[in-house]
Design a protein around this ligand. Structure first.
Ligand code: SAH
Ligand code: SF4
Length: 360
């Protein structure tokens, strides 16, 4: 992250750090010492890296910043979904969610902790059902602001995070460069050491970026937020579909599938009378079959001020049954966290409203 013109040292990958140290005339093993302080011991200041010579610490402090995000609010208790609200150095608010049991559908063990991270402040994609899009887009998060969400949550809870999903506020593929950099740091042995198969990126359907991601050697998982099986339904709730319609999106997914071993996941929020008909379920089966994709059904979380509601339990189960009858691996999230506004962007919105009404 740039702060007063300095690059944040936590936004550098190992090779870049080695290169910076080489320019300072330092031996290359210093890079390992520094990443150890940053990601294993997790110091807050370059000056705390006490096995580095003092003049080097001085030089590094002059050259780089070492930022930190401030935790200002936690909702929820251990063993339930917890939300963490952070204030960034420029005053912007972002949030992360910690889910105690992971989503088995993504292929992860269910006794593990999953963090859902934000990638942008707000979101420019304006999906009609989503709290993150309500107040528009402010800016991309830097890679260190993304990585810092994991570090801060582990520090606060004392718990080790096993899985990362890029499903918080923002559209990760619209901030692809910083997201990829953050993923490299999260994945690397010298970084946070979380396996690529334990990292899932979710997109509302940025077809060209899906193709770029397909060519990346990283074996991360991709989830596509479909939420409608026809252009008619998608156009109604997701403006991005007017730019990349379903066929454009699915052919980018074909390309992705041809390049990767990991199965794709389609996320599908169930919204009453919008996308929850049997006909939509049949067409969704068809798309999932084409891509050998799994389907993750998510009952809609209501957002204050928005008209949408989740379908009845019966309708949800019926929709699931149509997919299963079509042989599609599908799950219905009988999800945690509804009570604490776990859907992306909701805590931030609520906090901003409270700020404005003087409640905080
Ligand atoms: N921008 C990306 C990732 C962040 S949103 C994307 O759209 O995929 C992560 C997921 O949360 C998406 O599937 C999104 O559609 C879903 N979501 C947004 N608002 C929701 C709500 N109110 N209830 C349930 N899911 C919601
Ligand atoms: Fe943005 Fe995703 Fe919300 Fe759509 S669902 S507005 S892309 S964060």
């Amino acid at each position: 992250m740039k702060s007063v013109g300095k690059t944040d040292i936590k936004s550098l990958v190992f090779g870049e750090l080695q290169e910076q140290l080489r320019k300072l005339g330092e031996p290359s093993y210093r890079a390992g010492q520094i990443t150890d302080w940053l990601y294993k011991k997790r110091v807050d200041a370059i000056d705390e890296m006490i096995n580095l010579p003092r003049p080097l610490r001085q030089r590094l402090s002059e050259t780089f910043s070492l930022g930190k995000i401030d935790l200002i609010r936690v909702l929820g208790a251990r063993d339930t979904t917890r939300k963490f609200l952070f204030r960034l150095t420029d005053g912007n608010l972002i949030e992360s969610v910690l889910i105690p049991a992971s989503l088995a559908l993504y292929g992860m063990r269910s006794d593990r902790r999953t963090i859902c991270v934000s990638t942008q402040v707000g979101c420019a994609y304006g999906c009609k059902f989503c709290a993150s899009g309500l107040e528009g887009f402010s800016r991309n998060l830097t890679s260190n602001e993304i990585v810092d969400q994991l570090i801060a949550v582990e520090r606060e809870t004392g718990e080790k995070i096993d899985n990362v999903v890029f499903m918080g506020m923002g559209e990760p593929l619209a901030n692809l460069e910083n997201v990829l950099r953050a993923i490299r740091i999260i994945n690397a042995e010298w970084g946070l050491g979380i396996g690529a198969r334990h990292i899932t990126v979710s997109t509302s359907g940025l077809a060209p970026q899906i193709r770029i991601l397909a060519e990346e050697p990283l074996q991360i998982r991709l989830a596509v937020s479909l939420h409608g099986a026809t252009d008619e339904v998608r156009n109604r709730i997701m403006p991005v579909n007017r730019r990349y319609n379903i066929e454009t999106l699915l052919s980018a997914c074909d390309y992705y599938k041809a390049h990767k071993k990991q199965r794709l996941t389609f996320e599908y929020i169930l919204i009453a009378d919008v996308n929850d008909s049997d006909e939509q379920a049949r067409l969704l089966s068809h798309h999932a079959h084409r891509l050998s994709a799994k389907v993750n059904l998510i009952p809609y979380n209501s957002v204050a001020g928005l008209p949408w509601v989740r379908p009845s339990k019966d309708r949800q189960e019926k929709f699931l049954a149509v997919l299963q009858a079509g042989g599609i691996p599908a799950t219905l999230r009988r999800e945690k966290g509804h009570d604490i506004d776990a859907a992306c962007g909701q805590l931030r919105l609520q906090t901003k409203r409270e700020f404005c009404s003087g409640a905080l």
